[in-house]
Design a protein around this ligand. Structure first.
Ligand code: NAD
Ligand code: TYD
Length: 354
């Protein structure tokens, strides 16, 4: 029996990883550790919250002592670390919170895991610390550049990517210095159900539905490489179990889109599903001031992961975006709930009595 802590399990990607592990591994004990910031929402996990192999713990990853105690009490074997502040625009306004959670929080988990695992007779045998990171640590590509490879030097630009790069370095340092069995993966932009509607895809689907303006940064020519979130969760499962210690794996779907082209696909899909004439919502496109330091292009080469562990994306983009648009249109109550802050108040009262 394995006990695994998944941090950030109430967030977008984390909730898909928790669901996959709880359903696929009934013999594991899955502990979802999350502070429930504005981005954490236990409603994302309603379908599995009563499973006997699932437990939720409300905790800040920066709370070293509480986490050490949890490692000890629960005899934790593995950590899959997703908890983070994740939105670039917020990091531009409030970089301190990003340094605190993403850098100090990761360091705090590493140090607690080190002290606990080194206290055991078997030490690091059968243990694993897996850090989920982003392709944004590699910086920005020009339009004709080669894709990001695992060997591409780090060159982060935003406070978000700088904080993730720093945490990746700490994770590798714990392997190189103390022999901790660590793995880092760097993934491209994810999309799919349960993403907080501050990110491009859910924000724009919601705005199209409500005929609100679609704020396109700059000329809309920046390129992102999109992966369906359940494919990322499947990759995390494969890498957690079969990935080589101290390795880095890039995860992506070879699926680059210029923002404006992707926005037009979303408009077309929402209009079709809502029964509007084609092109109805094109007038919502509103070009606004560019994001400071806006990275031109991200594009990831995940061929190592396919070659070494046999993973590849299961969904074509057309299918993924259709599923995603339908999910947000059918789950307006979820969107209203996360934007109103009701869920936040409810869980604050439930877990802290405030
Ligand atoms: P998210 O913002 O949706 O969720 C983050 C979760 O972490 C939330 O549940 C939040 O409550 C929790 N959290 C935040 N601060 C915490 C703290 N101090 N202590 C405990 N919990 C805390 O993020 P996401 O988009 O699901 O991203 C998850 C991870 O994947 C992040 O590490 C991110 O850097 C990485 N990543 C994201 C993408 C993407 O496209 N979203 C791509 C590559 C990598
Ligand atoms: P986002 O979803 O914030 O992810 P990231 O910045 O981590 O790639 O943004 C995706 C792209 O969409 C990025 O190039 C910025 C752009 N964008 C807009 O043009 N308008 C918006 O309102 C948002 C949120 C993003």
């Amino acid at each position: 029996m394995k006990t695994i802590v998944i941090t950030g399990g109430a967030g977008f990607i984390g909730s898909h990883v928790v669901r996959l592990f709880v359903n696929k591994y009934p013999d594991y004990r899955i502990i979802n550790l999350d502070k429930l910031t504005y981005a954490g929402n236990l409603n994302n996990l309603k379908d599995i919250e009563d499973k006997p192999n699932y437990k939720f713990v409300k905790m800040d990853v920066c709370d070293f002592e509480a986490f050490y105690q949890l490692m000890h009490d629960e005899k934790v074997d593995g950590i899959i670390h997703l908890a983070a502040e994740s939105h670039v625009d917020r990091s531009i306004k409030d970089p301190f919170t990003f340094a605190k959670t993403n850098v100090m929080g990761t360091l705090s988990l590493l140090q607690a895991a080190k002290l606990y695992w080194e206290s055991l007779p078997e030490r690091y045998e059968g243990k694993r610390f897996y850090h989920i990171s982003t392709d944004e640590v590699y910086g920005a590509l020009e339009f004709n550049d080669e894709l990001f490879a695992e060997t591409t030097p780090y060159s982060p630009h935003s406070p978000y990517s700088a904080s993730k790069a720093s945490s990746d370095h700490f994770v590798r340092a714990y392997h190189d210095t103390y022999g901790m069995p660590t793995i880092v993966t760097n993934c491209s932009n994810n999309y799919g159900p349960y993403q907080f509607p501050e990110k491009l895809i859910p924000l724009f689907i919601n705005n199209i539905r409500h005929r609100k303006p679609l704020p396109v940064y700059g000329k809309g020519e920046n390129i992102r490489d999109w992966l369906y979130v359940e494919d990322h969760a499947r990759a995390i499962d494969v890498i957690f179990h079969e990935g080589k210690v101290a390795e880095t794996y890039n995860i992506g779907g070879f699926n680059e889109w210029k923002n404006i082209d992707l926005i037009k696909v979303m408009i077309k899909t929402v209009d079709r599903i809502l029964g509007n004439a084609e092109g109805t919502s094109l007038d919502l496109i509103t070009y606004v001031t560019d994001r400071p330091g806006h990275d031109a292009r991200y594009a990831i080469d995940s061929s190592k992961l396919k070659r070494e562990l046999g993973w590849e994306p299961s969904l074509q983009f057309e299918e993924g975006i259709e599923k995603t648009v339908r999910w947000y249109l059918e789950n307006q109550a979820w969107l209203d709930n996360v934007t109103s802050g009701d869920y936040q108040r409810y869980y604050d009262e439930m877990y802290t009595g405030r």
